[in-house]
Design a protein around this ligand. Structure first.
Ligand code: SAH
Length: 357
């Protein structure tokens, strides 16, 4: 929408201060705006700033929070899935999961995705656009306001490839950690990537000690390239080198996502190869890098035709990794009754709109 106006919630404190000063207001107004907006209060709704300032501000800037287009609540475990509408009508998904250690939100980083992974619903229509820092924050703020409870953990595992939206994601990470804003610690944030090696190297230097999750999904290049096009640009070897560097620079453990697809990557041989690969590339006699493997039986997406592995195959795969010294757990499926994995609600919504237009 208002492209020439500034997007207030995307501004950091310095930028907000410059804006406030340029409008002839004292510096502390920037702090008031920052802390209120990050609670979801629009400048218009604020009671401690004057009408004339609100007027001046609205002429040069806007504030927008995602609105709830659809909301599904799991009757099994209370997981909440939102389809949020953005200011231009595009929609993205977020999921709030309730754990003993607090509420975790899974947020989207782009509208659609360019990466083309064969099993994934988010990439089917390609990428529409990147999300702004305000839209990344907005998913959390809007979900907190709706749920009435603090969200203390973030996983960037929704629609999109976060490292393909690098600058906005970095700005978002700095904003979300600000103690005057949402104040979510970096140790409570995970970012999942399909393996953009150049960006992993950049991230390692940002001094943002978040947990990196790598979508690995295969233990050899031929299999990985057949389901993840990014592997043709950066193969497993290059990716694991980047992971090792990330660990050496940040000291943060890395977790690997491995989606189990029947007959494709779920054999005992594949598990043995995976253990050998991670142990030899990331661990030696002198250093023990903490590694965690998350096994996710694939969520079946009708367009991909992949089937989830049988329970026995999943258990066998996990047991093989554990026996070979890798901590592996099978991801507990939350929100099974609301199809809580990402990408599918947005697609269904778009198709409904197409047929109704
Ligand atoms: N683009 C990022 C983050 C989004 S996807 C990435 O690739 O990591 C979040 C995780 O869900 C990734 O591990 C992704 O590979 C996985 N995923 C995508 N579609 C899936 C499906 N149908 N079943 C199981 N996992 C899936």
């Amino acid at each position: 929408m208002e492209t020439t106006k500034k997007d207030l919630l995307s501004l950091d404190e310095k930028e907000l201060t410059e804006l406030v000063l340029s409008l002839g207001e004292p510096k502390y107004r920037a702090e008031q705006l920052f802390s209120q907006m990050h609670k979801g209060v629009s400048p218009e709704q604020m009671t401690n700033i004057s009408k004339s300032f609100k007027q001046k501000l609205s002429e040069v800037a806007y504030f927008y929070l995602p609105t709830i287009e659809k909301k599904l609540v799991s009757a099994i475990d209370g997981t909440v899935k939102y389809l949020f509408a953005l200011s231009d009508g595009n929609c993205v998904e977020s999921v709030v999961m309730k754990y003993k250690h607090g509420n975790t939100i899974c947020i989207s980083s782009q509208v659609g995705c360019l990466m083309g992974c064969a099993f994934c619903a988010s990439t089917i229509g390609g990428k529409v656009r990147d999300l702004a820092p305000s839209e990344l924050l907005g998913q959390i703020i809007a979900a907190e306001r709706d749920g009435g409870e603090r969200i203390s953990n973030i996983v960037m595992m929704g629609i999109g490839e976060p490292l393909d939206n690098y600058d906005n994601v970095i700005k978002f990470l700095r904003l979300v950690g600000n103690e005057k804003g949402l104040n979510i610690g970096y140790r409570h944030i995970s970012l999942s990537t399909c393996g953009l090696v150049d960006k992993i190297a950049m991230l390692a230097k940002e001094d943002l000690p978040i947990t990196l999750s790598i979508s690995l999904h295969a233990s050899d290049d031929a299999t990985r390239s057949s389901i993840m096009p990014i592997n043709k640009k950066w193969n497993i070897d290059a990716l694991l080198d980047a992971c090792k560097d990330y660990f050496l620079k940040t000291g943060r453990r890395i977790s690997f996502e491995y989606t189990l697809i029947a007959g494709k990557n779920d054999s005992v041989e594949a598990a043995k190869k995976l253990a050998a690969l991670l142990n030899s590339k990331l661990r030696s006699r002198t250093e023990t890098m903490p590694i965690h493997v998350n096994l996710i039986p694939v969520n079946e997406v009708k367009e991909s035709g992949f089937e989830r592995s049988a329970k026995e195959a999943v258990d066998r795969f996990a047991a093989t990794l554990n026996k070979l010294g890798l901590r592996a757990t099978v991801r507990r499926k939350l929100g099974a009754d609301i199809n809580a994995s990402c990408g599918q609600l947005r697609r269904a919504h778009e198709q409904e709109n197409k047929t109704s237009n």
